[in-house]
Design a protein around this ligand. Structure first.
Ligand SMILES: Cc1cc2nc3c(=O)[nH]c(=O)nc-3n(C[C@H](O)[C@H](O)[C@H](O)COP(=O)(O)OP(=O)(O)OC[C@H]3O[C@@H](n4cnc5c(N)ncnc54)[C@H](O)[C@@H]3O)c2cc1C
Length: 396
């Protein structure tokens, strides 16, 4: 088999990269190790409205389960910071159907999709790549001008080509079960020691079903989840004690130092293109995947897959989203490092009408830098200003 571009991994970023390569005139193959696209699911499925459009999808009832317009933030002292965006800010989706829709769009653009095919080795160069795969138990070699590694957090492609794997991984764990929502138009967020290093969440699908989970840098996430479900006063009161689904997965935090080499580009979780503030990977992954598909196709068709040529990919994705990911990393480190008492103080210092108004107006799940800049207002408390100055160094 010989293709211009071969994409490894049919998650959201793989399907989008494959589609964009095909739309740019390349012959494209998309391979997936599993026998079904979109499962197993390792995701809460909370996507900003912008993320859905970035994937070139219109929100529709076949994959959107709920819409949300704000968040209730519960610091460890149990108080509640309500943030009401006033209009739909995000969708809760079925990832299984969402992923399949993206793969379908790729197929409709002319991409060949091969399931039950695992990439196990690669010989890369500035011209032809040899990708070694096991297809339904049979070893085969596929040739390509460019290989795109969209193979998730433990990417074989990035590891085998010397690009390495992301340095920091948050353990994510979640159940879907009976949970009485305070208001199903709002997600609930619980920073603090119930989820050390990250945060816990309850994302409503309906009034009485939510996806409740957490991410942590500590080992034994299961124990933390059990503690959260049974001991957090707000959650234990509303959790119905049953689960319909159980999800575990890693969330990469921090991008790879380099996301391309001769004949190879890596994208999505494989490259660590995930928002460090929330763990959301669909929006940045989709944005970068389009650039990856575009550059891969052009390089393949021009017959120059050298790393010099492919470096354009990194320049372009960094110029679009690099600074937002950098500031997100600083916020992640700042919030994740606060002990409960300091977190309570911080949330209390922003729980006033002026600040809530600023957060409502300028808060953006995908672009935190805008809010940081707006929070640099002299009327804010000294402690808030100090933090914002420190964060703003990244964006100014
Ligand atoms: C608990 C949890 C909750 C999350 N919640 C959200 C959320 O609410 N919103 C959000 O935006 N993001 C969320 N994320 C992150 C999101 O799930 C990922 O960022 C997203 O799935 C990344 O897409 P991807 O295509 O890069 O990788 P993946 O979705 O991981 O897809 C990679 C694909 O590659 C395939 N593959 C791997 N190796 C090979 C190989 N060698 N050969 C062939 N195929 C291979 C895999 O089977 C898989 O299908 C969450 C993550 C976790 C763990």
């Amino acid at each position: 088999m010989k293709y211009d571009v071969v994409v490894v991994g049919a998650g959201p970023t793989g399907s989008i990269a494959a589609r964009y390569a095909a739309l740019n005139g390349a012959e494209v193959l998309l391979i997936e190790e599993h026998q079904s696209i979109g499962s197993p699911v390792g995701c809460t499925g909370l996507l900003s409205t912008r993320a859905v459009y970035e994937c070139d999808l219109e929100p529709s009832d076949d994959f959107v389960l709920n819409s949300v317009r704000g968040a209730f933030v519960y610091p460890p002292d149990g108080t509640c910071l309500p943030i009401d965006g006033g209009q739909t800010k995000a969708y809760v989706v079925s990832r299984k159907i969402f992923d399949r829709k993206l793969a379908q769009l790729a197929a409709e653009a002319g991409v060949d999709v091969l399931l039950r095919t695992r990439a196990v080795g690669i010989e890369n160069s500035s011209r032809i790549q040899k990708l070694y795969v096991v297809n339904e138990g049979v070893s085969e070699t596929i040739e390509a001008n460019v290989v795109i590694g969209a193979d998730g957090i433990r990417s074989n492609i990035s590891q085998m080509t010397g690009l390495g794997n992301v340095g920091k991984i948050i353990s994510g764990i979640q159940i879907e079960g009976l949970y009485e929502s305070r208001n199903s138009d709002f997600v609930e967020v619980f920073p603090g020691s119930y989820a050390p290093g990250f945060f816990a969440w309850a994302v409503p699908i309906s009034n009485n079903i939510s996806r409740v989970g957490l991410g942590t840098t500590e080992p034994d996430a299961v124990q933390y989840l059990n503690r959260f479900l049974t001991s957090n006063p707000e959650v234990s009161r509303r959790y119905g004690g049953n689960m319909m689904d159980f999800v575990v997965g890693g969330i990469p935090v921090g991008t790879l130092d380099k996301t391309f080499t001769d004949g190879v580009i890596v994208v999505g979780d494989a490259a660590g293109q995930v928002k460090p503030t929330s763990g959301g990977g669909i929006y940045p992954g989709a944005l970068c995947a389009k650039i990856a598909g575009d550059i891969a196709a052009k390089s393949a068709i021009n017959g120059d897959s050298s790393e010099y040529n492919l470096s354009e990919y990194e320049k372009r994705w960094k110029s679009r989203i690099g600074r937002e990911l950098d500031i997100g990393m600083k916020i992640h480190e700042f919030v994740g490092g606060l002990e409960d008492r300091k977190l309570n103080e911080f949330v209390s210092s922003i729980n006033n009408p002026g600040m809530l108004d600023t957060i409502t107006k300028y808060g953006d799940m995908d672009h935190p830098s805008l809010l940081v800049k707006k929070m640099l207002h002299p009327s804010n408390s000294k402690s808030v200003l100090k933090i914002c100055w420190w964060l703003a160094e990244t964006v100014t």
